[in-house]
Ligand binder design. Sequence first.
Ligand SMILES: C[S@@+](CC[C@H](N)C(=O)[O-])C[C@H]1O[C@@H](n2cnc3c(N)ncnc32)[C@H](O)[C@@H]1O
Length: 334
Amino acid sequence: MTTQLEQPPETDWLRYGPYGGAMRSRLLDWMWHVRYWPKHSGREHCRDIRRQHRERSGNVNGYLLQPPPQWVPYFGNQHRAVPYVLELLRGLGAQSGDSLFEANAGSHAVSWNANKELGMVTLANDMSFYSIAIGESLQGTPAYLTTAATGAALLDEFGGQIPDKGDPSPASVEKWSAFLQTEATTNLNRRNHHVTRAGMFEMADQVEGRFAYCNFDWPHREGTPRSDRMHAIHVLNQRLGDPGAVESAAPSGRQILDDVLKFLDMAVPRFEFVILSNQSSNYPPPEVLETHLQACGHVPIVARRLVIPNGLTDDRGSDPFFTEYQYVFKGRRG
Ligand SMILES: C[S@@+](CC[C@H](N)C(=O)[O-])C[C@H]1O[C@@H](n2cnc3c(N)ncnc32)[C@H](O)[C@@H]1O
């Protein structure tokens, strides 16, 4: 069912600070949409959902052979997995007008494309200023366009070694500005893409809906925190003029397991499906993550793997293949 919805008012959370009135108003917009979602009657059995998923998507595991579509540069960008995430959502019965909350949205690759391609009502949350600037530019807010394009150009040119000084080339800023503008103008559903800046647990405690999607700032494969990346994001945000730039600590291997559990404990009662994404370049590897989650009562109803030749990824390790892991947990809503 598609419902014609009134456009939410333009708000600028920066005027009020991250937890002020404007953010509350965005949350209210979001909750307002929630009331219009189609209700899914009856409790479906996990087995039936798995079967329906296989029938609808025709696929359980995948192998990516084509180069991924271009997307705005971001650490841990999931653009290469986007078609596979959309396929997963379709397999779970996602329809136009259904809601998707993306925690740790980063480049917005997942939520924006679900909004654009599937007509979903999306809420993307991240604490990084660069991510907010991307989201606002995608929505078509001109005030953020240069900030987002400059961030993209800096990452494109310097990768994880963002210098304190030195501008990116104007051609690169122009390229990313044109990319974001094209995305904004070609997505007729963009008013249903909402952006908030907050801590992920604070948000996970306040929203509810049909789908929740989360990728984490996972530690390095051997378990050490990705402090290098956290620092690079901090320098980038400072360079972009972030009014509230604070360097957060990157999670350790033990911390990330606690964080994933905390997120699932919060999201499972509030959503119909909770999707978790991890990659083979990160800690924990599947044998640790899956065992840990199962021991704590979170058993996925769908577990998929997308294998990607390493030449097609931007996080190249020594392994010739890179694997994207997707887990779906049945929530209690709906
Ligand atoms: C690996 S990136 C996500 C990339 C994203 N999936 C994409 O496709 O671009 C992780 C993101 O999580 C955000 N993040 C990490 N911890 C957070 C927290 N506690 N609250 C909010 N955002 C957080 C970081 O700012 C970063 O943008």
